[in-house]
Design a protein around this ligand. Structure first.
Ligand code: CP
Length: 325
């Protein structure tokens, strides 16, 4: 049996017992999660995709906003680690009767879960819970603030293709103003010393973009030129209160990623999208389904990355995650 002491990042542990955001994680903690996810990915390739690492632990998935990828991959990750797991959709919970977030979580905590994975429309909701709760809190997306496991799976996917993050030109294009994926990716990629470009129409550019430590531009051609990675973000109509783009057709013409635009990128560039995609709005189907696209790989890698996060936060870091006995 190998032990975790034999892994390259063995001396490193996560400093917090929660994962609330990428902001605050150090480079060695990010590398630890990505290295651990590599080991977890191997489990997903086995005939029996299950290890007993979290046997006896209870994980509650509490999603106050819709989700396909994040919720499903957390559930699969928890099951692969043998945790007892349940998911609560707010549409069928007592939230619909007016119960507050804090009361909802206090009642769930009364049943002694070990971890709560939470998505909420309010920025900072998981931080509030982390102060009030005994359970470990994992942020699965809070408002326009952070989506840490998305940035981690994005970094994992980039690293698989490019073997590094430092020095890569990474263009992030789309509705930046409303994007928690942008904020988590910028925090992670800056920490790992990538060269981040952020591109949006002026109406969808965060007003404080100068503080992000990125190259900001309204020109897609400039952002994509020579890029190693092009990450497209969707227009978030559900968070918009007002008119930010003249029309979908005009947005696609000016900012959509087409095969012609991709010719400006590096010859071995990859195209990413966290989903859900709006085909024909921010991305042409010929690109989304084309040879540069790693969009479905991102989804696959989400399971391994979430297994790594659950495992590292469980405090069982002396256990070999690959030990099935
Ligand atoms: N990328 C992402 O968060 O997708 P879902 O909203 O489907 O979870």
């Amino acid at each position: 049996m190998t032990t975790s002491a034999e892994t390259p990042t063995a001396a490193v542990t996560l400093k917090s017992r929660h994962l609330l955001g990428i902001d605050g994680l150090e480079a060695d903690e990010i590398s630890l999660i990505l290295d651990t996810a590599e080991a977890m990915k191997e489990i997903g390739g086995r005939a029996i995709k299950k290890v007993p690492t979290l046997r006896g632990r209870t994980v509650v998935n509490l999603f106050f906003e819709p989700s396909t990828r994040t919720r499903t991959s957390f559930e699969i990750a928890e099951k692969r680690l043998s945790a007892d797991t349940l998911s609560i959709a707010t549409a069928t919970s007592s939230v619909t009767k007016g119960e507050s977030l804090l009361d909802t979580v206090r009642n769930i905590e009364a049943m002694s879960p070990d971890m709560i994975v939470m998505r909420h429309s309010s920025s900072g909701a998981p931080h509030l819970l982390a102060r009030m709760c005994r359970s470990t809190i994992i942020n699965a997306g809070d408002g326009m603030h952070e989506h840490p496991t998305q940035a981690l799976l994005d970094a994992f996917t980039i690293r698989e293709h490019k073997r590094r993050l430092a020095g890569l030109k990474i263009a992030i294009v789309g509705d930046l103003m409303h994007s928690r994926v942008l904020r988590s990716n910028v925090a992670l990629l800056n920490t790992m010393r990538a060269n981040v470009w952020a591109c949006a129409p002026a109406t969808l550019m965060p007003s404080h973009i100068a503080e992000f430590g990125v190259h900001a531009t309204t020109s897609v051609d400039e952002a994509v030129e020579g890029a190693d990675v092009v990450m497209m973000l969707r227009i978030q109509h559900e968070r918009m209160h007002g008119h930010y783009i003249p029309s979908v057709r005009e947005y696609f013409t000016l900012f959509g990623l087409t095969p012609e635009r991709m010719r400006r990128a590096a010859a071995d560039a990859i195209v990413m999208h966290p989903g859900p995609m709006n085909r024909g709005v921010e991305i042409d189907s010929a690109v989304a389904d084309g040879p540069f696209s790693v969009i479905l790989e991102q989804v696959s890698n989400g399971v391994a990355v979430r297994m790594a996060v659950l495992y590292l936060l469980s405090g069982r870091d002396s256990m070999d995650p690959l030990d099935v006995h």
